[in-house]
Structure formats: C-alpha cells, structure tokens
Write a protein that binds this ligand. Sequence first.
Ligand code: SF4
Ligand code: FES
Length: 372
Amino acid sequence: MNTHAKPTAATTVRPKPPIAMLAELTHRCPLSCPYCSNPLELTKRDAELPTEVWVDVFRQAADLGVLQLHLSGGEPASRRDLVDLVRAARDVGLYTNLITSAIGLTERRLKELDEAGLDHVQLSLQGTDAEMADRIGGYRGGFARKMQAAQWIVDAGFPLTLNAVVHRQNLHQLPRAIEMAVEMKARRIEVAIVQFHGWAMENRAAMMPTREQAAEAGRIVAEARVRLKGQLVLDYVPADYHNDYPKRCMGGWGTTGLNVTPEGKVLPCHAAETIPHLTFDNVRDRPLSEIWYQGAAFQAYRGEDWMQEPCRSCERRKIDFGGCRCQAMAIAGDPAATDPVCIKSPLHGRMVAMADDFAGDDAAVLTYRTGP
Ligand code: SF4
Ligand code: FES
C-alpha cells in the first residue's frame, strides 16, 4: 500500500470548467444531525467570508463557467445577508439552489428570496414525524417549523426538492417520506442512504443500515420510480458500504464541481480536508479560475495518472474514477488506493465485515453534532 501517495502527474488535457459550485456559507446550524458531513473542526462566525468576498467569488464562478450555485452550510439561513447573496448570484447569471433545514426561514424572508431571484429550494427531512425528525435533528419543534416552511416554499412557487437522509434508525419511514414529497408537491426527492464523512464517521455504529435495509430501500425507490413517473423524480444515493462498486464521487475529482468553505478554502469535494498531504488555496489569495485549473489539490487526483492497481488497468476506471478519495483515505489510509467499497479492492472483505459489525451494534447511541 502506498501510504505516502503524492499527486503524481497533472493531467495533460486542460480540464473542462466546473458546472456547479457549492458555497458553504456558514458552519453555524440550529440542528445537530449526527450524520453531518461537515468536518470535525468547524469554522467560527468571525472567520466566515464577508458578503463582498462571496459576491466576488460568485462573479468569478460565473466567469469560470459555473452554471449552478448551491448555497449550503451549516444552515445558510443563519447568514443575515442571504438575500443579498442570492441577488448577487442571480445578477451574474447563476442558477441558485438553497439547501436548507428551513429553520430560520420565515414567510417574509422566503418572499424576499423569491424577489432576489432564488431558483430552487432543497429541504432536508430528518424523519416523517416530529418524534423521529426532532430526535435525529436534535432540535425540538424543528419538524413543525419545517412543515410550515415547506408550505410557504410551495405557496411561493419555488420548485422544491426534499432531501431525505435515511439510515438504520429511520429507514422504515422511507415509503412515508416519498408520500410526503407527493403531498407537498415537490418535484423531486433525493433519497440518500447516509454517507460517512466528517462528523458522520462518529456515528457509523448507530446509523449503518443493515444489508437487508439497504436492499429494501433500493426496491422501494425502484417501485416508486415506476409508480410516480411523470409526477415525482426520485434520485437515489445507495448504501455505500454495502455495494460491490463505488460511487463516482463528485462526478470525478476536479471534473464537474468545487466547494468553497465558509472561510474561503476551495476544495475538490466537501471532505477533501481529511487528506492530510493536500494543501488548499483560498479565494482570498488566488483567483478561482487559477485554483480550478492549476491548484495542487485539484491536480492531485484529476484524470487517471495517479491511479494504482487494480484501478489503473480496470475497465470501469472511466466510470467511477476509482471511487471516493476520501473514503480510500479513511479506510485504506491512502487516498490513491482503490475505494475499499470496490469488490476488487484487497480491503473489500474488511469493509463488508465492518459494515455488518456496525449494522449489528444495537447498543450504539447517536453522537450529536456540536459547535461552532
Ligand atoms: Fe472502479 Fe477501481 Fe474498482 Fe475498477 S478497481 S471498479 S476503477 S474502484
Ligand atoms: Fe472526497 Fe469522495 S468525499 S472524493
């Protein structure tokens, strides 16, 4: 195993511009979901980028070729300047998507966001009733507020996507979550079986679905896709640890998207800071375009030059790009290794055993997100 993997060679072909940018406006959040994928160490309020820097970053993103801007966090509604930021993004022609728990959104604020040009809202769902949702989100009364906000969102005419993160503790509610999406007149539901990055790693034993649950979720989604064709679009992120092949994480490293953290670091994916040898440029120091095309972190795992066997000679290497670099780091200790989810990885057996052990740990309790 190459435990000292360094970026080997930059791809010789100039990459295409990114399609999407995730702007993590803040790490502040009223919820404390145990599956939070933000890093263990969160950015404090006084280190967040000010309005004018974000506005300039949005302009640079549009110039670079970004089409879609995802405004995320933490809870982006925790930023007082959210309406101004949306307006600035629309002014430079970006399609704006607000990813929110809806806590902090009032009817008036939604109206202001609508007037500022917000295009789309993606609403997280921690459970399908107050008991589950408030327990998982660690916020009493959150479900009732979310349902009220969902009504305002739809009444304001925003296209709505429900984002249901499912795991061992709430997977039995998946059919109801799909029904709720229909009742709310959402256009889309994203059913994501919990992915383990950042804080969520602390909760693998409490949240890992069983193999049977993971298979059942796939069946429920497949059946609903047929039944609700033309009415509701279902996106599905399957259970990573129980798969035979890994996901094409971020659509391929440095190919389609970039993330900007609350303090301005530009990352190829939201968990990239877990790869210790990488260094990240900051929008305060370097133009976004230079960071995308020449930044060391983006060059590190772009293309195929960095791949080891079995990925290097695998027929699927252009399909999944060897899976997730951050998962390879977390499980194999080497970000250039084959994602251990892959059946061809020498660590796949260990991954399967780990998933089953976590899924069978009935004594595990949730560790809630804290800070900043
Ligand atoms: Fe993908 Fe690598 Fe597995 Fe092939 S060996 S399927 S490229 S992760
Ligand atoms: Fe970083 Fe998958 S989360 S590459």
